[in-house]
Design a protein around this ligand. Structure first.
Ligand code: ADP
Length: 582
């Protein structure tokens, strides 16, 4: 585990101090050794010269001298080891060696202090003595006897002072180090503790931000400029990040609301044709659960053979049919974060549009056809009359009668078309007011009474209270009821029965017109309210029908916010009903 900042800082500083003290001690040791040596030599040199002078004097005295005894004697006085060496390097006296040992001492001419003394008049050397097992300072000066160089006087002193000095130095440095360490710990626990505490607070804020809590803030104004800068920058960063995320969430929510509210289906697929997003309309269109779509292949959801190939290169729109419904798909590429291209497919349900297009086409064809038949007849008969192609006056009257009938038929068709057009374009202004329903029904009945009487049909109004009122446009409602009664009479044989009844509930009134006529087979019922739709075209024409009556009725019902319906059994009769809100 990584060390804490505090222990790291403390250990690094202590290590630095140790290194510094180590280097200092090496330096001090070297400098002080040199210094001590110089001081010692300075003290030794006059003693060595004094001793040499005394040796010289002793040698020039009247009685011969024993040089080894001389060395011993002077050594006792000055406390140094004294060695007397002649110019050839032979040792004549040594305060530490006597007798055989003295005689066995090797030639000293090669000793560095002797060599230097012969050259410069004074020589010294510091070296380890194997004999005494300690480091010694040797200082040699020449001995002049009777004005001539005779040899050398060498004094030696153990360099032990430096060792004790070094030990003292070491102890002082250790003491210094311990005091510095104590001071350091104290400084860390006072000043650095506050710095480290503010860094820890920043660290805690960073951890919270990392875990997704963007409201976390590091305390600023904690002392140091650098730490304040880090804390403020972190806070600004978290704030702008929070703002960005909030904006993005808002955008996502808005986009999602728009997508889910769209009536068009929207599907996003990745480059492997897998669905990454789908809206509610698309799920509804293809009857799939939203959760089940994610990650599915597009072809599994839209089961059409062309969809897979098209969605790979959706350059043009695709029209396709699934489950009897017509759809139009538009695709456009959408680059995602990984620079791969997703594809957004917008699907529109064009079933109604297609149906209306077909209705429009059929309508134009029907109108042309309906008008062409009587028009051809009129042209034919009028041409015959014009060219005198008739046998007698009766035939001429017959032709004129036919022309008249076809003209009336055309007139009826055009009137119905105009009525329908006025209703469809909304150019007719509906005038709603409360009117007694019974009165409206009676007026409609009167309109068809003559026709019913001719066919000896019985028309009866059942259980309709006089006070029952509906909100209606009188003119249009009477027209609609007349159309329904006219049909009932037309498609019911002689002596048939036509009943008009009413069912009222809390919210609506249902007007029912039942007959025991020809009835309509089930397959025609869903289209019976379409324009020009007739079960039996020939029969309808024969009876003067235009095929527009029920379409007009349906429009009038819708103008009153009502609806139309029919129940019928072939050969038994039909019941047409209109339901109006109250
Ligand atoms: P039309 O002018 O041909 O009567 P409508 O729109 O009024 O046109 O009626 C459409 C078709 O519905 C008719 O041609 C007829 O086949 C059928 N129809 C309407 N009312 C009845 C009814 N009461 N009984 C049987 N068939 C009916």
């Amino acid at each position: 585990m990584a060390k804490s900042l505090k222990s790291r800082l403390l250990s690094i500083t202590l290590l630095t101090i140790i290194c510094m003290i180590g280097l200092l001690s090496i330096y001090l040791s070297a400098v002080s050794r040199h210094y001590l040596l110089n001081i010692t030599l300075k003290g030794m040199e006059p003693l060595a010269r004094l001793t040499a002078e005394n040796i010289s004097r002793s040698m020039t005295g009247p009685s011969p001298v024993h040089l080894d005894s001389l060395a011993d004697g002077f050594s006792k006085i000055i406390g140094y080891r004294i060695t007397i060496i002649d110019a050839t390097g032979k040792v004549w006296g040594d305060s530490d060696e006597d007798g055989a040992n003295l005689a066995a001492m090797d030639n000293h001419l090669g000793r560095p202090e002797i060599r230097n003394a012969s050259r410069t008049g004074s020589g010294h050397s510091l070296r380890y003595s194997q004999t005494l097992k300690k480091e010694l300072i040797y200082l040699a000066v020449p001995v002049i006897a009777r004005g001539n160089p005779w040899g050398y006087c060498r004094i030696a002193w153990p360099f032990t002072d430096f060792a004790s000095y070094r030990w003292h130095l070491f102890l002082s440095l250790i003491t210094g180090f311990l005091m510095a360490a104590a001071l350091l710990v104290f400084i860390y626990n006072t000043y650095w503790n506050t710095v480290i505490l503010s860094i820890r607070k920043i660290e805690a804020a960073v951890r919270r931000i990392k875990n997704g809590d963007l409201s976390a803030r590091a305390p600023s104004k904690q002392g140091s400029r650098e730490i304040d800068f880090i804390a403020t920058s972190l806070n600004e960063l978290a704030q702008s990040w929070e703002q960005t995320l909030t904006d993005r969430d808002g955008q996502r929510l808005r986009l999602s609301a728009v997508l889910q509210g769209m009536s068009e289906g929207v599907i996003v697929i990745d480059n492997r044709q897998r669905i990454t997003m789908v809206n509610a309309s698309a799920c509804q269109m293809f009857g799939i659960e939203h959760a089940a779509c994610q990650g599915k292949l597009l072809i599994e959801v839209i089961r059409h053979p062309d969809i897979g190939e098209w969605s790979q290169r959706p350059v043009a729109s695709l029209e396709f049919t699934v489950g009897g419904k017509n759809y139009l798909a538009h695709g456009s590429p959408l680059e995602n974060e990984k620079k791969e291209s997703d594809i957004v497919i917008v699907i529109t349900d064009i079933t109604d549009y297609k149906r209306l297009e077909n209705v429009r086409k059929d309508f134009v064809a029907n109108v042309s056809h309906e008008l062409k038949t009587p028009l051809s007849a009129i042209i034919g008969y009028s041409q015959a009359l014009h060219e005198g192609n008739y046998q007698n006056k009766e035939q001429m009257n017959d032709f004129l009668e036919r022309i008249h009938r076809q003209s009336e038929r055309m007139n009826r068709i055009i009137n119905d078309l105009l009525a329908l057009s006025a209703l469809e374009t909304g150019s007719y202004e509906i005038n709603l007011r409360s009117v007694p329903l019974r009165e409206l029904l009676q007026r409609a009945l009167e309109n068809v009474q003559q026709q019913a009487d001719q066919k000896k049909q019985v028309m009866s109004l059942k259980n309709i209270p006089d006070i029952l009122q509906i909100k209606a446009d009188e003119v249009k409602m009477v027209q609609a009821l007349t159309n329904l009664l006219d049909n009932a009479s037309k498609y019911t044989p002689e002596k048939g029965k036509i009943d008009i009844s009413v069912e009222s509930s809390e919210n609506s009134i249902r007007i029912k017109i039942s007959d025991n006529g020809s009835g309509i087979s089930t397959e025609h019922l869903p289209r019976i309210f379409e324009r020009f739709y007739r079960v039996d075209k020939g029969r309808s024409r024969e009876l003067g029908g235009t095929g527009l009556g029920l379409a007009i009725v349906k429009h009038i019902a819708e103008m009153h916010r009502g609806k139309m319906g029919v129940e019928s059994v072939l050969g038994e009769g039909s019941t047409f009903w209109m339901e109006l809100p109250v």
